[in-house]
Design a protein around this ligand. Structure first.
Ligand SMILES: Cc1cc2nc3c(=O)[nH]c(=O)nc-3n(C[C@H](O)[C@H](O)[C@H](O)COP(=O)(O)OP(=O)(O)OC[C@H]3O[C@@H](n4cnc5c(N)ncnc54)[C@H](O)[C@@H]3O)c2cc1C
Length: 492
């Protein structure tokens, strides 16, 4: 008899864990509350337009390649990856622009025009970031920490000291670039992790490094295609993936999980349970109460990072100035970060990200029309912002800024529109406090300090996804599936 595993949630974490466990000889059942798989990573059709619903930038594609290779398949047989060129176009508060690309000559020319000599600074910055990326990935990201002593080894302490890990990214980058626009261009990426650059450890300079050196990619058909091909692979290997099935509680006996109960009263038994639903939500709502009270107290103290306010806009025209990825940055980035992360209010002059995927992939938008995905980082749900009251005015603030930043008469060209707020994150995906990127990734919430992928209260309960190790982001949760599958196999 095969051992059985139940996976709650068919996000990227759940699907990739199912693939690894099924391949390792387990019989896996995945239960997903929504009718579509992929969780935050899905593609949605809205009238004649196609939108990535959540993630839009595929970084570190080698992670997906190695998932497929680990089960004897080739990603290229399932998915076509297109490279985005340039990586993105930044428009600063003063109207000046920078096209960030992997072409170092073009970067040097553009940077030197902003700050003489900064082309060379970029090379030095990337050399330092590349070292951090290689070491951090091997020693901190792609490994399990079962104990403090595995995290705080002499080698790791040396690395942290050498790279000034506790120094913040903002001051690190300012030792390379004096112009505030360049400092912003190479730090704003911490927003992907729900962090302000001045709260982020300097090791996160590895983010612009991965973008510039390995490139930014787009799967033909949209990011949701990644989830669809993971579903295909999981089912091909024999896993059962059931959608529109919501788990209402985890069942247990003593220190062992016995399975789960679904909203319609069905009991699904398993030898192990892998929880892909957001970890803090699962502790609060699905785990047996008396065992998890202590953990819930700890969870209340976590920093839930940020969320996102999204507009999906179908337009009856194209704006030629847009490339695939665009960011219209705030005139006062520090004030913008403080509003989101410190005061937890809506920013007055927000930074706005606009994705026009039709530039790389014609299947995303009809000819001469456009599908614009607009994302504004905002605080996770906290009581200060009431979205049913505030969403309309915030939408107008965003459209005003886009119209004055070159997308003239934008409102007149919107023919299809949908708004998605942090409250929608909470109800659609069950993310705690409507977070978009998982709990925050500040120094005290990474590595051994992040909620682990194995529960301490129950012997056969594991976690995978953005709020556990190693963290959020498409490649990270797929790496997380490797880590959790390793622990399940070890324990078995
Ligand atoms: C707006 C946005 C933009 C992003 N941009 C990028 C980007 O450009 N690049 C990048 O790499 N990353 C990006 N990310 C992050 C990335 O999308 C996530 O880290 C990743 O998709 C999370 O995967 P997951 O498996 O942890 O969680 P999820 O996708 O949340 O999957 C969890 C699944 O569990 C299901 N579930 C929850 N509760 C239950 C229940 N009780 N019963 C059954 N099922 C349940 C949910 O419906 C969901 O499908 C972005 C995220 C967002 C939201």
């Amino acid at each position: 008899m095969k051992k059985t595993a139940v996976v709650v949630g068919a996000g990227l974490g759940g699907l990739s864990t199912a693939i690894r466990l099924q391949h390792a000889g387990w019989q896996v059942t995945v239960l997903e509350k929504n009718h579509q798989v992929g969780g935050r990573c899905r593609t949605v059709q809205q009238d004649e337009f196609v939108f990535d619903a959540g993630p839009t930038l595929l970084l570190m594609p080698d992670v997906l390649h190695s998932l497929f290779r680990s089960v004897g398949r080739e990603l290229d047989d399932y998915l076509e990856l297109l490279r985005c060129r340039p990586n993105y176009r930044l428009t600063f508060g003063d109207g000046s622009r920078l096209d960030v690309s992997s072409d170092m000559d073009s970067m040097s020319d553009q940077l030197d025009a902003i700050e003489p000599g900064s082309g060379d600074s970029l090379r030095r910055y990337l050399a330092d970031a590349g070292y951090k990326y290689r070491v951090a990935r091997k020693r901190f990201v792609e490994r399990n920490f079962r104990h403090w002593s595995e995290f705080l080894t002499l080698q790791n302490l040396y690395f942290m000291q050498k790279t000034h890990t506790l120094r913040n990214l903002d001051s690190h980058v300012r030792s390379y670039f004096r112009d505030p626009r360049l400092a912003l261009a190479f730090t704003f990426q911490t927003m992907y992790l729900g962090l302000a650059p001045h709260d982020a450890p300097s090791v996160y300079s590895l983010l612009p490094y991965t973008e510039m050196v390995e490139g930014i990619w787009h799967p033909r058909g949209g990011m949701g295609r990644i989830s669809e091909v993971l579903l295909d692979l999981a089912t091909e290997l024999g896993a059962a993936v059931e959608t529109s099935v919501e788990v209402s509680r985890v069942t247990s006996q003593g220190r062992r999980v016995t399975g789960v109960e679904t909203l319609d009263g069905r009991l699904v038994a398993g030898d192990v349970l892998v929880m892909n639903a957001d970890l803090p939500y699962a502790y609060r709502h699905l785990l047996p109460g008396d065992r998890s009270r202590r953990s819930v107290r700890r969870l209340n103290k976590l920093d839930y990072g940020s969320s996102a306010f999204l507009l999906y806009l179908g337009l009856d025209r194209r704006y030629p100035d847009l490339v695939h990825h665009n960011a219209f940055l705030s005139t006062d980035p520090t004030e913008n970060f403080d509003a989101i992360f410190r005061r937890k209010e809506l920013p007055v002059d927000p930074s706005i990200y606009v994705c026009a995927a039709g530039r790389t992939d014609p299947s995303m938008a009809p000819v001469e029309k456009d599908a614009l995905y607009v994302l504004v980082p905002v605080s996770a749900l906290n009581g200060n912002i009431r979205w049913e009251r505030d969403a309309g005015a915030f939408r107008d603030r965003i459209l005003d800024k886009l119209e004055s930043s070159g997308l003239s008469d934008l409102r007149e060209h919107i023919v299809s529109e949908r708004v998605f707020t942090p409250e929608d994150f909470a109800t659609t995906y069950n993310t705690a406090r409507g977070n978009a990127f998982g709990i925050s990734h500040g120094f005290w919430q990474i590595g051994y300090m992040r909620p682990g992928n194995k529960a301490s209260e129950l012997d056969n309960l594991y976690f995978v996804g953005a709020s556990t190790v190693p963290g959020g982001g498409v490649p990270m949760v797929v790496i997380g599936s490797k880590l959790v599958a390793e622990r399940v196999r070890e324990d078995a």
